[in-house]
Design a protein around this ligand. Structure first.
Ligand SMILES: Nc1ncnc2c1ncn2[C@@H]1O[C@H](COP(=O)(O)OP(=O)(O)OP(=O)(O)O)[C@@H](O)[C@H]1O
Length: 578
């Protein structure tokens, strides 16, 4: 390899193209065909184009000859296009570089042994595995590869080393991942989906420890039972499946490792209300005289490193504390003393879509493509993902009030059961939300649809349509009271309406058709009782009534700074979180 300033140059052989001059610069590398061969190939390619069109028009009578010529012209035409468009690749578009040893390369005509060079093309070879990004944001990425060769082993090794070093500069790529594959997700293609992308991980030297799940909560149990030492030996966890498997992974990870305080229970809220004379209790007296969820508003709200990509998948949640020492990820050499907690900015979560709806993947990558997601995981792309913490305070007369905590990246559904629960739903917004999210905790219709759909998994994704129709035909409504905290800096949608205003407007449209207790008890003839909870803090609104579904939702818009620490509470009668 020769050096010319910051650029390195070599003469290599490019498979199916010929001898090329390859030049590496700070952003990528490019190649040019050498000498007369280029002209010859260009000449042949252009002649081929003309003949191909001509032969197609005349419908040459001899079919075999026509076919042979057709193949030849087509390959020349294809090469013509490749020569024009693919003579440079950026380091950012390379996901693996592999040395593959001594062997044959093909010449420009696809033969091992060239009529152009007259020699057998055997040499040391390395493959550059790259990809082309979709032309529009949200279109899938496609794989491409280039095999280069040289008779000198050292030249090849030197190129491989330099290319690997360059491709690792842009982002810290994961080296060791824990993978969970749900075999019966979506249309039952979980394992096939993993097999499709598995070789990409091995090519890129990413170790994977794969578990095919045997049952629901398998991933949850395994992750929750990992010691800190075991967990810290991985750079992240990848789910191959749908939103449900991802949420299982998320909950297994955060259940014991997310230390933020819970939002206050309804009991605490009541007490706080009573103590504070200055605060006026309204409706059922549920109110708060102090800022709600101080601790919880810090959860997962650590500012993202500023390196959030705009097309990525991986989430930066979690933190690690240690007693000093370091290796490449900042973990101590003596990992026995490692304590893994969240949030931190090294542990990643990844999702390769194979589910029925794949809403998390679509909302983060913009496309539902396993190859694109696998590439983004390998490249170490990151994005902060909004996570909702839902705390259920069990308030049945016979039981103590025990908080049960769930985390949701898409939505959390609740099932109606005989016990009465009070649920505090806390939504915490990361400081920066570069993509569009809708995070919802719902009770009612959606919970029933999800429960109903599980029995029809054999239908594949259509089970949701079926279960949805059945739930709709039952025509239930669900009683609830919701408290909603408006934010200082509310999200304004494209039409200029604020999220909370729209929420308010939507609620006013709800008409009680179920003759429910809450609406019957309401003195006002309006279907819903919508009031400010506190005259002191007009940001709190309370809604009482019956709903098709109950939830709290925030949409953070692409490239807009979203409100921080938005908190909503839903006190549900007869709800069980699923
Ligand atoms: N081997 C398994 N057998 C049965 N259920 C499983 C298994 N592995 C995981 N599960 C459960 O199946 C649920 C749904 O899985 P997943 O989300 O992967 O697929 P999906 O429901 O088809 O997709 P989506 O959530 O996108 O609609 C998960 O919540 C998980 O708990």
């Amino acid at each position: 390899m020769e050096r010319n300033g910051s650029a390195a140059t070599s003469t290599l052989f490019l498979d199916r193209i010929g001898e090329v001059t390859v030049t590496m610069d700070p952003g990528g590398f490019s190649w040019k065909l050498i000498g007369p061969k280029k002209d010859l190939v260009w000449f042949m390619a252009n002649i081929a184009t003309v003949f191909h069109v001509g032969v197609a028009i005349l419908r040459f009578p001899c079919e075999n000859l026509y076919f042979a010529m057709d193949q030849f012209w087509a390959s020349c035409l294809c090469m013509n296009l490749r020569l024009k468009s693919e003579n440079r690749i950026e380091f950012a578009n390379i996901y693996a570089v592999e040395f593959i040893g001594w062997g044959l390369l093909e010449d420009a005509n696809g033969r091992a042994g060239s009529f152009l060079s007259g020699s057998k093309l055997e040499m040391y070879r390395f493959v550059v595995h790259g990809f082309q990004r979709g032309r529009t944001c949200g279109s899938p990425w496609t794989l491409c590869e280039y095999t280069f060769g040289h008779k000198d082993l050292r030249t090849c090794e030197s190129w491989v080393q330099q290319l690997i070093a360059q491709t690792n500069i842009e982002a810290v790529r994961p080296k060791n991942l824990l993978v969970f594959v749900h075999p019966s997700c979506g249309k039952g293609h979980g394992v096939k989906t993993w097999e499709m992308v598995e070789s990409m991980f091995s090519r890129a030297n990413v170790q994977t420890k794969v578990t095919i799940t045997q049952r629901a909560r398998h991933a949850y149990d395994l992750i929750a039972s990992l010691s800190d030492k075991e967990l810290s030996s991985f750079d992240g966890i990848v789910a191959v499946g749908g939103d449900g498997l991802f949420n299982e992974v998320l909950n297994g990870l955060l259940s014991s490792r997310h230390d933020a305080p819970y939002p206050p229970s309804s009991e605490e809220l009541n007490n706080a209300c009573k103590k504070d004379q200055n605060v006026q209790c309204m409706n059922n007296g549920i109110m708060c005289s102090r800022p709600l969820c101080n601790g919880a508003t810090n959860m997962l709200s650590t500012p993202s490193s500023g390196s959030d990509d705009h097309e990525p998948l991986l989430s930066a949640v979690g933190s690690i504390t240690s007693n000093g020492g370091s290796h490449d990820r900042g973990l101590p050499a003596d990992a026995d003393t490692v304590k893994v907690s969240f949030p931190n900015d090294w542990f990643r979560l990844g999702l390769i879509p194979a589910g029925s709806t794949d809403s998390i993947v679509v909302s983060t990558t913009g496309t539902r493509d396993p190859v694109t997601s696998a590439l983004q995981i390998i490249l170490g792309k990151r994005i902060s993902l909004d996570i909702a913490q839902v705390v259920r305070w069990k308030t049945s007369p016979s039981s103590k009030e025990v908080p049960s905590v769930h985390y949701a990246a898409s939505f959390a559904g609740c099932l109606v059961e005989s016990l009465t629960y009070s649920i505090s739903f806390t939504y915490v917004q990361p400081n920066k939300a570069p993509l569009e999210y809708l995070v919802i905790a719902r009770y009612g219709f959606y919970g029933d649809v999800i429960k109903g759909s599980e029995g029809y998994r054999w239908m594949g994704p259509k089970r949701y349509d079926y279960a949805g129709t059945m739930a709709f035909l039952k025509h239930r409504s669900y009683e609830a009271e919701i408290k909603f905290l408006k934010t200082e800096e509310d999200v304004v949608n494209k039409k200029g309406t604020q999220t909370s205003e729209r929420f308010h407007e939507n609620l006013k449209k709800v008409v009680c058709r179920a003759n429910c207790n809450i609406c019957n008890d309401t003195n006002d003839s309006a279907d819903l009782d919508i009031s400010n909870i506190s005259s002191q803090d007009s940001r709190w609104l309370q809604y009482r009534g019956c709903f098709l579904s109950v939830g709290a939702a925030v949409i953070s818009c692409r490239n807009e700074r979203a409100p921080e620490g938005l908190v909503a509470e839903a006190h549900l009668s007869d709800g069980k979180l699923v």
